[in-house]
Design a protein around this ligand. Structure first.
Ligand SMILES: [Zn+2]
Length: 231
């Protein structure tokens, strides 16, 4: 195998290593917490707090209503007991009972409104919870898939690296150094020759260069400087 051929194979391995390494770092960066999950978790926590606050209001309104009902019964008992003869006192008591009833009626309306809000908030918490469950399941699957892909890429990379070591051992170290220097400068060091054209820069090569490439020497393209390789 010619040196150019070996270097071309080295380049194929290097390009494959490069693209697999890029894929590995891209996939690795996708591992970790999901922002979508975190967002829904935050919203769910807020909805929960709101629901708790509404339930607290509901309980305290109910207690207030109970308290008023007790006061109303006490007032009415007194009112109808026949023990009060004073008309002014009776009128005052009557007035007090009516005021208490009006207040209770207001609170009953308020309790009803709170109950509706509790129902809405309960439904909202339930739907957010199920949204969160779905998102977490999706995220979990995705993370598992990513981990599998990462393992596969690591295997591919170690195989490529092994092949590269084997190939390197066969190539003249000076040629490898030359190749590495060119690759640093140009991204690719080797250019295929197809139908007399350098595939690195699409320039038509002079016949003398083509002849030299055929005669198994390391020839650089006079235009882009890459090492020419005849497939
Ligand atoms: Zn060229």
């Amino acid at each position: 195998m010619s040196v150019a051929n070996q270097l071309y194979q080295l380049q194929e391995l290097d390009l494959a290593l490069e693209s697999n390494e890029q894929a590995l770092s891209r996939i690795t960066s996708q591992l970790g917490e999901s922002q979508a999950v975190a967002r829904v978790q935050t919203r769910l926590t807020l909805e929960h707090q709101r629901l708790e606050e509404l339930r607290r209001q509901q309980r305290s309104t109910e207690w207030e209503i109970d308290d008023l009902s007790n006061k109303i019964s006490a007032a009415e008992q007194k009112l109808y007991s026949g023990r009060i003869g004073n008309p002014k006192e009776l009128a005052d008591l009557q007035h007090e009972a009516e005021t208490l009833k009006a207040r209770r009626s207001q609170l009953e309306d308020k309790a009803l409104a709170i109950m509706e809000q509790v129902e809405l908030a309960t439904a909202s918490v339930a739907s957010k919870s199920s949204e969160l469950k779905t998102l977490e399941a999706e995220w979990h699957n995705q993370q598992q898939q990513l981990s599998t892909e990462i393992e596969q890429l690591k295997t591919i990379l170690s195989e490529l690296d092994h092949k590269r070591q084997l190939l390197l051992a066969k190539i003249d170290p000076q040629a490898v150094e030359f190749y590495s220097e060119l690759r640093k400068q140009k991204g690719t060091a080797m250019a295929r020759v197809e139908q007399g054209i350098c595939c690195g820069c699409r320039i038509s090569l002079p016949t003398t260069d083509l002849q030299r490439v055929r005669s198994d020497s390391l020839v650089r393209c006079s235009s882009c400087g890459r090492i020419l390789f005849l497939a």
